[in-house]
Ligand binder design. Structure first.
Ligand code: PEP
Ligand code: MN
Length: 267
């Protein structure tokens, strides 16, 4: 049974999102006001980039690593909106995150892979989102379980969220592979075939784990007619506090975007 109701295409979420594919970019983590604004100012110069991403509360695998700047960074993102006109998106993993993001006018929320893996967390987020009109993007769970992904989409949709998208970020590989996460393209393809109206965004950065592979993974996603790309960028990746190897400087991102062939693009 296919149960996602009243889904709205991304170009109806905001007026600014009038082109396909939708390009989302920004740092893995918001690290400082300077890093956030410096990155955003450079991204603003790239026409295709419409949405600025940044993690504020970071779900790190091990303790004693950088866990994000927390609430303070919400002010920096507001500054990004005011200065560049880019829309903003932040990862939320708890009702408190949802409340803080909505209070500080974050435009779009996304749910990370670790959170999607836990139906209790998703249900708590669904309760916090009840009756809110905010767009939500849901990453696939860490393990290649399509039903867990669908379940998260259904729970959030049942809370009344109709501006809903899926983000494909690949699946945890048990063996050593050249990519950080295995794409298993058949899973997003199946999701798309079951929910024709569900926008599908690809996150080549977390699939690749290495900036050298981002172009080819992005092209593959476009060849599969995905609706957008979420690609991490940083004004100085060498000093990034998380996901250093996969972040691009904005000029590299621009080169990659210009090289992509969007065969099925519909304006
Ligand atoms: C991220 O987008 O920086 C992130 C933590 O991603 P994921 O949930 O896909 O691991
Ligand atoms: Mn990251």
């Amino acid at each position: 049974m296919n149960e996602l109701n009243n889904l709205k295409p991304i170009n109806e979420w905001f007026k600014k999102l009038d082109s396909r594919p939708i390009i989302i970019s920004g740092p893995c983590s918001a690290e400082s006001e300077e890093q956030v604004l410096n990155t955003a100012r450079q991204l603003k110069e790239i026409d295709q980039v419409k949405i600025f991403r940044a993690g504020i509360w970071k779900p790190r695998t091990r303790p004693n690593t950088f866990e994000g700047r927390g609430d303070d960074a919400l002010h920096w993102l507001n500054q990004v909106k005011l200065e560049t006109g880019l829309l903003t998106t932040v990862e939320v993993a708890s009702p408190k995150h949802v409340e803080m993001c909505l209070r500080h006018n974050v435009d779009i929320l996304w749910i990370g892979a670790r959170t999607t893996s836990n139906p209790f967390s998703i249900q708590e987020l669904a309760s916090a989102l009840q009756g809110m009109n905010v767009p939500v993007m849901i990453k696939n769970p860490l393990n290649p379980d399509i039903n867990l992904w669908i379940g998260a989409l259904e729970r959030i949709n049942k809370a009344g969220i109709s501006k809903l998208a899926a983000i494909h970020r690949g699946f945890y590989p048990f063996e050593q592979t050249s990519l950080r996460n295995i794409p298993k393209w058949e899973i997003p393809i199946e999701l798309k075939s079951r929910f024709h109206n569900l926008p599908m965004i690809c996150d080549p950065s977390h699939i690749a784990g290495d900036r050298r592979y981002i172009q080819q993974i992005s092209q593959k996603a476009l060849d599969l007619n995905m609706d957008g790309l979420m690609i991490e960028s940083h004004c100085n990746p060498e000093e990034a506090l998380s996901d250093m190897e996969q972040q691009l400087i904005p000029s590299e991102l621009n080169t990659i975007l210009n090289s992509l062939i969007c065969r099925l693009s519909i304006k």
